[in-house]
Design a protein around this ligand. Structure first.
Ligand code: C2E
Ligand code: MG
Ligand code: MG
Ligand code: MG
Length: 294
C-alpha cells in the first residue's frame, strides 16, 4: 500500500553533510524500525476540570515516546516533523491510535475510569483518505466507545482546505469522536471557519499560559480565547499549566479544564496505573455526545 512506501528508502551519509543533516538522516533511518523493535511507547498526561471544587481527572492525552536502540530518547518535536516528511507518520500514527484506544479501554475495564483519551493527529494523517476508516477500526478492535476518543488537530491543518476539512470532520463526528484544536492561538484561524466546523474543544497553547497571570498581553489573549470559545459553544483546555497562580487566573476566567505539570506530568503506563488506582481517585463523568452513534 502507498502508506508504507515512504518507509523503505534509506538515505546514506556523505562527507559533505552537516551535523544537523546527519542527525536528521540518522533519525529518519532508525525510525523505520522503531515500531518493529517496540521502541515506541505512549505516555499519558491526565487533565483536570477546574470549575467546581476539587480538580477532578476528566481526560488524558497520549504522548508518543521513542527510546531508540541507537539514539536513545528522541523528543517528538524532533522526530515527528521528520516522520511527517518521509511518510512514516502514517504507520506511526496508526500505531498510536490503536495503542491509545486499547489502553483506554483496558483502563476503563480495570479501574472503571471512563476517561477519554486524546490522540494527536499529524497533518499528513489528517489528509490521508484512510483516516476515517482507521479511526473506526481502532474503536471497533478495542471496543472503546467513540465518545471516549478525542482527536487533536492544529489550526493550520483545519485551515488548509476548508471543503475537505469540513468533509473529514463531519465523517469523524458521525463516528462520535470528539474534536479538539491543539496549540490554539499559534496559528491563523479564521473565526468564521472555526464556527462552521463541528469542534468540541480549544486547547490554549502553553506559550500564552506561561506568562500568566502577570503578562498583560498573555492575560488579554487568554481571556479573549476563552470568551470566544464559549461563545462558539466550545470547551477550553489550558495547556502547560505549571503554577497555582496560572490556575487561579484560568479558574477566574471560567476556563473549563487544565493540563500541565501543576496537575500531572505525562506518565508512563505503570505510573498511570498507579495514578488511576489511587484510593479516592475521582473521575469526571463523560456523557456520549447527543446525536452521536454508538
Ligand atoms: P502537544 O500535543 O501540544 O502536547 C503537549 C506537550 O506539552 C507535550 O510535549 C507535553 O509533555 C508538554 N507539557 C505538558 N504539560 C506541560 C507543562 O506544564 N509545561 C511544559 N513546559 N510542557 C508541558 P511532548 O510530549 O514533548 O510532545 C510535543 C509535541 O509532539 C506534542 O505537542 C504534539 O504536537 C507532538 N506529539 C506527541 N505525541 C504525538 C503523536 O502521537 N502523534 C503526533 N502526530 N504528534 C505527537
Ligand atoms: Mg496535543
Ligand atoms: Mg499537538
Ligand atoms: Mg499543544
Amino acid at each position: 500500500r502507498a502508506k508504507a512506501e515512504g518507509g523503505h528508502r534509506y538515505q546514506h551519509f556523505t562527507a559533505e553533510m552537516s551535523t544537523t543533516t546527519r542527525r536528521r538522516v540518522e533519525i529518519g533511518n532508525a525510525l523505520r524500525h522503531a515500531i518493529r523493535l517496540a521502541e515506541l511507547s505512549l505516555h499519558y498526561q491526565p487533565r483536570a476540570s477546574v470549575q467546581g471544587g476539587a480538580a477532578v481527572t476528566v481526560g488524558m492525552e497520549a504522548l508518543l515516546r521513542w527510546d531508540g536502540q541507537l539514539l536513545g530518547r528522541v523528543a517528538p518535536s524532533e522526530f515527528i516533523p521528520l516522520a511527517e516528511q518521509n511518510g512514516l507518520i502514517l504507520q506511526i500514527g496508526q500505531w498510536v491510535l490503536e495503542r491509545a484506544c486499547h489502553q483506554a479501554q483496558a483502563w476503563r475495564a480495570r479501574h472503571g475510569a471512563a476517561l477519554p483519551v486524546a490522540v494527536n493527529l499529524s497533518a499528513r494523517q489528517f489528509r490521508d483518505a484512510d483516516l476515517v476508516r482507521m479511526v473506526e477500526v481502532a474503536l471497533q478492535s478495542s471496543g472503546l466507545p467513540p465518545h471516549l476518543l478525542e482527536l487533536e488537530l492544529t489550526e493550520s491543518m483545519l485551515m488548509q482546505d476548508a471543503r475537505r476539512t469540513r468533509r473529514t470532520l463531519a465523517a469523524l463526528k458521525a463516528i462520535g469522536v470528539r474534536l479538539a484544536v491543539d496549540d490554539f492561538g499559534t496559528g491563523y484561524s479564521s473565526l468564521s471557519y472555526l464556527k462552521s466546523f463541528p469542534l468540541d474543544y480549544l486547547k490554549i497553547d502553553r506559550s500564552f499560559v506561561a506568562g500568566l497571570p502577570q503578562d498583560r498581553s498573555d492575560a488579554a489573549i487568554v481571556r479573549a480565547i476563552i470568551a470566544m470559545a464559549h461563545t462558539l459553544g466550545l470547551k477550553v483546555i489550558a495547556e502547560g499549566v505549571e503554577t497555582a497562580g496560572q490556575l487561579a487566573f484560568l479558574r477566574a476566567q471560567q476556563c473549563d479544564e487544565i493540563q500541565g505539570y501543576w496537575f500531572s506530568r505525562p506518565l508512563a503506563v505503570a505510573d498511570m496505573e498507579t495514578y488511576l488506582g489511587r484510593p479516592g481517585q475521582q473521575f469526571g463523568a463523560v456523557a456520549p455526545l447527543s446525536g452521536s452513534i454508538g
